[in-house]
Design a protein around this ligand. Structure first.
Ligand code: MN
Length: 616
């Protein structure tokens, strides 16, 4: 009969006398000899004696051997006897001791502690390996050193649950544990810890109850979804998951993203970790189109996969604001899904249901009977306050800037303007919105993190903000005037079947190219001027180039996404795609089919219902 395998134990460096049990066999190491026996270390801090009558074999210093604990004396001395086993298995004894919570490390500087947590990042420096740990209370770093630039504990990887024993040090005003030992918790124990961390994080991530800044029926109905987005973002911060915030590159999109940025960055700073964590754990990136383009997702996946390999970072949580809710987003989202990215959307574009299969959460006023008048900037600001109420008053003017920037006509627009009337007039809000659009044009794909804060008066110097915005507005207006002077004389007018006034403008040949204002904004400016000249009339403006058209309208009940879908199936070889809001959007097609597509489009606009019928 084969005897059952005997289990022997190895004490981890964190273990002390309370972890030693009489009768148990341990792996020991010969430390030295005395006339009455052999001293054996059970770990760096525990030592026992094998009396010479209990020594079974010859040893040299440093040899490993098996010892059974005969007795622990009241004075702490450990009596051992050597045992010889033909066959045995070794199990590590992890200290069952008091584990220090990560949030308490700051008050334990200089002390030796045991911490348990999940590895949220593994970063190899030219010196030590830095493990970022997360537990149910916070995030801190642990530095392990074997040799300069050499990866310590290569068995410990992202997502593993580990127990670390070491000294708490302060490095550049940051708390860090200098690792004496690191061990992976065995499966069942790790599962238990993971479940505990998860439950605690879930509770901690629950956003505090913050009332909305203004009365809003639609946003009240969206509260649950907004809380869901806020919670997912808070959780990402607590587990050191990078957050990538993609937003439409216009004033509304910027306001919504900057509001969330302010909340997230301050929450990251509050939650410990590296002093520059807010830079590599949070990125904001503008998207040219009001949807998540393949170009965007390609860039994002490129960076995310590199950060994973190079800095041991988790894959990011992707938050899309002022874009992300239409079927045009689907191809990019399919790619994101292959890489397991979690996506959240905060948008006020007319949503296509198909997109929700890709999203962890989706805030959209259309879901509750609202419309685009509730702008992304309003939603983003309210969500930001749920993410971190500590940012307080700083961002409360962003919804007003977003509202005038996106020309919201919802009642919320005036309420947000009233809210900040003591600090900014409506014209000042408009100036900030125009300055954002203008500056973003020059920033191109860059986020302009600090410059944009300056424009939105989130910096430290209010006077400089005023000077800067005034200068940008002056520059923007000069260029707009220039563009209008060249463009307006070439606008062609038609009256459609339904009585709407249609204005057509070839922005390719009658507008400056590759400059400010770009075709979309140029058409918008033309449209605004024509609307003012035709009070009360239903007006549609189409600015077109060789292979695109931009639409603006007033008083005509259009559904641009649906018209685009219809044209795509009706016009063979037209290569039609596009979308946007119901009454503001853009269409792409192939150059050779421009006339056919435009005429098809105009026919559809001419048969749309009018919102208000003015007596002639
Ligand atoms: Mn918008």
């Amino acid at each position: 009969m084969h005897p059952a395998t005997v289990t022997v134990y190895r004490l981890s460096p964190a273990c002390d006398l309370s972890d030693v049990e009489e009768g148990t066999i341990y792996v020991g190491r010969v430390q030295g000899f005395a006339t009455f026996g052999t001293f054996v270390q059970l770990n760096d801090r525990l030592k026992g004696l094998v009396h010479k009558s209990n020594v079974r074999t010859d040893h040299q210093g440093g040899d490993d051997l098996l010892v059974r604990v005969k007795q622990i004396r009241p004075n702490g001395n450990i009596d051992l006897e050597e045992v010889i086993l033909p066959e045995y298995e070794v199990k590590d004894v992890v200290k069952k001791t008091t584990v220090t919570r990560l949030c308490d490390l700051g008050s334990r500087i200089g002390r030796t502690v045991t911490v348990v947590g999940e590895i949220a990042q593994v970063k190899q420096t030219s010196g030590p390996t830095i493990f970022t740990l997360v537990d149910d209370t916070g995030t801190e770093n642990a530095a392990a050193f074997v040799e300069a630039g050499v990866r310590a504990y290569p068995e410990a990887n992202l997502g593993d649950i580990v127990q670390i024993y070491g000294q708490v040090m302060q490095r550049n005003s940051q708390v860090q544990v200098e690792v004496s030992s690191l061990s992976l918790l065995p499966g069942p124990e790790a599962d238990e810890v993971r479940a505990r961390i998860e439950a605690a994080l879930d509770a901690r991530a629950d956003p505090p109850d913050v009332p909305l800044l203004i009365e809003s029926e639609v946003m009240n109905l969206l509260r649950l979804q907004m809380r869901e987005v806020a919670k997912a973002i808070r959780k990402a911060v607590f587990v050191s998951q990078p957050i990538l915030l993609r937003h439409h590159a216009d004033a509304d999109g910027i306001c919504s993203a900057v509001a969330i940025e302010q909340a997230v960055v301050s929450l990251i700073r509050e939650s410990g970790g590296d002093f520059d964590a807010d830079y590599f754990l949070f990125k904001r990136a503008p998207s040219k189109a009001p949807f998540y383009e393949i170009e965007d997702v390609t860039r994002d996946l490129d960076f995310a996969t590199k950060d994973l390999v190079r800095y041991g970072q988790k894959m990011p949580l992707v938050v899309l604001t002022d874009n992300g809710s239409t079927e045009e987003d689907e191809p990019a989202m399919k790619q994101a899904r292959v890489f397991g990215l979690n996506l959240l959307v905060v948008d006020h574009h007319h949503p296509d249901a198909i997109i929700d299969r890709y999203l962890a959460a989706h805030v959209n006023p259309y879901h509750v009977g609202g419309d685009y008048g509730i702008t992304a900037g309003m939603l983003g600001t309210e969500i930001a306050r749920m993410i971190n109420p500590a940012i307080g008053d700083a961002i409360r003017h962003l919804p007003a800037v977003a509202a005038v920037g996106d020309r919201s006509e919802a009642p919320e627009r005036q309420r947000y303007l009233d809210l900040v009337a003591d600090r900014y007039t409506e014209d000042q809000c408009k100036d900030m919105a125009l300055a954002l659009d203008y500056e973003q044009f020059w920033l191109r794909f860059n986020d302009g993190r600090e410059i944009v804060k300056e424009i939105l008066d989130l910096g430290f110097d209010h006077e400089r903000h005023e000077q800067f915005v005034a200068l940008l507005v002056e520059g923007a207006n000069a260029m707009i005037e220039d563009q209008m002077a060249a463009t307006m004389p070439h606008v062609r007018e038609r009256v459609l079947e339904n009585g709407a006034r249609l204005f057509l403008l070839d922005v390719e040949i009658h507008a400056h190219k590759f400059t400010f204002p770009p075709p979309g904004k140029t058409s918008g400016e033309v449209h605004d001027r024509l609307c003012r000249a035709q009070p009360g009339q239903p007006v549609v403006t189409i600015g077109f180039g060789p292979d695109f058209a931009v639409l603006r309208s007033r008083g005509v009940l259009m559904n641009i996404p649906r018209m685009v879908r219809e044209l795509r199936s009706e016009i063979q070889g037209g290569g039609v795609s596009g979308g946007g809001h119901l009454v503001v959007g853009s269409i792409k097609f192939v150059e050779g089919m421009r006339e056919t597509v435009l005429e098809g489009l105009i026919t559809k606009i001419g048969s749309a219902e009018l919102a208000v019928r003015e007596p002639k």
